[in-house]
Design a protein around this ligand. Structure first.
Ligand code: NAD
Length: 491
């Protein structure tokens, strides 16, 4: 059922959440959120700076010990209630994401399901976060290990998955007993604010979750990272900013989790089911308008099937309707901002100059929104910038390889190591692929791999740590060893 946009925007908070209260930024500053499909103003949101950030951290620090002592079952029930409320409000969350970020409404609904699942998954993990009990080999000590919350966390999220990136951090942090300051991306703050409203309604106590939106993110992160009350930074975003934050975190030796950029190879062997590979490529490339860290960035196709694969893919992609994501029939929405269109257009121009051929697309869209046509490039030379840079747009460059060894070599020829995809009918190749590929995720005959129950994260410059799965809660826990003298020592 279509949501009334004016009524929705009326009820979404636009202020900061500090210590359980919604407040304006101390300096009274605000910034604007734009609809990338129309260029229209969606909302004006409070813009925090250092005093607001420090007030939020003070609230998180004050709430920390009480929250850590709250029974796991109680914490679990609050997260579970959050899952239920988001699910009830799915259409509102989806509409809000499409309005501020541009993704097609159907995909926004998918993100609500996926994002809410982190709350359900971690509510279930909360009560099962076990330690160990053992006798040391010498028989002198009984060893107990327990998990303790790391402490107040700064959670910084990107704009491309406004709900899921927030739930993927907030759920495990709260499950582990940590309090948090959430700093959403300035392009898409509304979803996080609505999420926080929902979590407060679900029963999250004052100070346990705080939200500081800001036009200048460094004004918030800098003072927090320098403050000894903060114990952890979890960041999802570009590798460039991730490195900056890691350097800052070194001063206080903070725990960090870094979910950074990607450059996923999508490898199609000559024995692959080509229809399944094309379906997978459409999903892995065009989901979220290509603005995903897991997006297929380089389509590496065996030279004997590359032409046929390119033809079928171009046919599918040419049929995708581009437009305002609120239109149910639209498959590809706008890019998030004007400079993203410039960046994608620059990458395509570079590839064409170096000899690539455009099979479909290859142009900017018209109108007030930030549109770029879904594009397939073939004959892409290996020195083209699309072959090494993160595209973050609806452009599918096809490169070819001759044999398995060359496929692995090309795939690994990047400083990134997040997602990879392999299409083949040979199941023994799955193990050779997982051995050879230097990536945190390998999707086998599938273009969609992420799941709340699975560990998500990269190697190399794609990051540190894992979100989701049993691994996700460990990122917010510290292990304490308690040694008790063994009564039978010496026998
Ligand atoms: P970004 O690095 O520009 O911004 C991410 C977040 O960092 C935002 O909240 C932003 O406000 C904040 N930020 C920006 N500059 C900062 C600074 N100097 N100090 C502190 N905070 C700062 O990235 P983006 O453009 O929002 O997101 C796209 C990037 O995120 C892509 O590289 C994509 O691959 C990556 N990403 C990775 C994952 C993953 O799980 N690995 C998931 C989604 C997106």
């Amino acid at each position: 059922m279509a949501v009334n946009v004016a009524q929705l925007l009326d009820k979404v908070e636009t202020r900061l959440l500090i210590g359980g209260r919604w407040v304006d930024a101390e300096a009274g500053e605000t910034f604007e959120v734009e609809n990338p499909a129309t260029g229209e103003l969606v909302a004006t949101v409070a813009s925090g700076r250092a005093p607001d950030a420090l007030a939020a951290l003070a609230a998180a620090a004050a709430a920390q010990s009480e929250w850590a002592r709250t029974a796991p079952r109680r914490r679990a029930e609050i997260l579970r209630r959050g899952f239920e409320l988001i699910t009830e409000r799915a259409e509102e969350f989806a509409t809000l994401m499409t309005l501020e970020m541009g993704k097609p409404i159907k995909e926004a609904r998918g993100e609500v399901t996926y994002g809410a699942e982190y709350l359900r998954w971690f509510s279930e993990e909360t009560a099962r976060h076990y330690g160990r009990f053992a006798q040391v080999p010498e028989g002198t000590v009984r060893m107990i290990t327990t998990h303790k919350p790391v402490g107040p966390c700064l959670l910084i999220t990107p704009w491309n998955f406004p709900l899921a990136m927030a739930t993927r951090k907030v759920a495990p942090a709260l499950a582990a007993g940590c309090t948090a300051v959430l700093k959403p991306a300035e392009l898409t703050p509304l979803t996080s604010l609505f999420f926080a409203q929902t979590m407060i309604e679900a029963g999250v106590p004052a100070g346990v979750l705080n939200v500081v939106t800001a036009a200048d993110p460094a004004e918030v992160s800098g003072p927090l990272i320098a403050d000894s009350r903060l114990r952890k930074v979890s960041f999802t975003g570009s590798t460039r900013v991730g490195k900056l934050l890691l350097r800052q975190c070194a001063d206080n030796v903070l725990r960090t989790s870094m979910e950074l950029g990607g450059n996923a190879p999508f490898i199609v062997f000559d024995d692959a089911d080509l229809d399944a590979a094309v379906d997978g490529a459409v999903a892995a490339k065009m989901r979220n308008i290509g603005e995903a860290c897991t997006a297929a960035n380089r389509l590496l196709v065996h030279e004997s099937v590359a032409e046929e694969f390119g033809r079928r893919l171009a046919q599918r992609i040419a049929a995708m309707k581009v437009g305002n994501g609120l239109d149910e029939t639209v498959a590809v929405g706008p890019l998030v901002e004007a400079k993203a269109v410039d960046s994608v257009a620059g990458l395509v121009a570079d590839a064409v100059e170096r000899g690539a051929t455009v099979l479909t697309g290859g142009r900017r869209g018209s109108g007030d929104g930030h549109f770029y046509e879904p594009t397939v490039l073939v004959g892409v030379p290996r020195d083209a910038r699309v072959a090494s840079e993160e595209i973050f747009g609806p452009v599918a460059p096809i490169l070819t390889f001759a044999d398995e060894e060359e496929a692995w070599r090309l795939a690994n020829a990047t400083e990134y190591g997040l997602a990879s995809y392999v299409f083949t009918a040979d199941y023994s190749r799955m193990f050779r692929a997982s051995d050879a590929l230097e990536f945190g995720l390998v999707g086998f005959n599938s273009g969609v791999i992420s799941n709340a129950a699975a560990p998500f994260g990269g190697v190399k410059q794609s990051g540190l740590g894992r979100e989701g799965g049993a691994e996700g809660i460990a990122e917010y826990s510290t292990v304490q060893y308690i040694g008790v003298p063994d009564p039978y020592a010496g026998r």
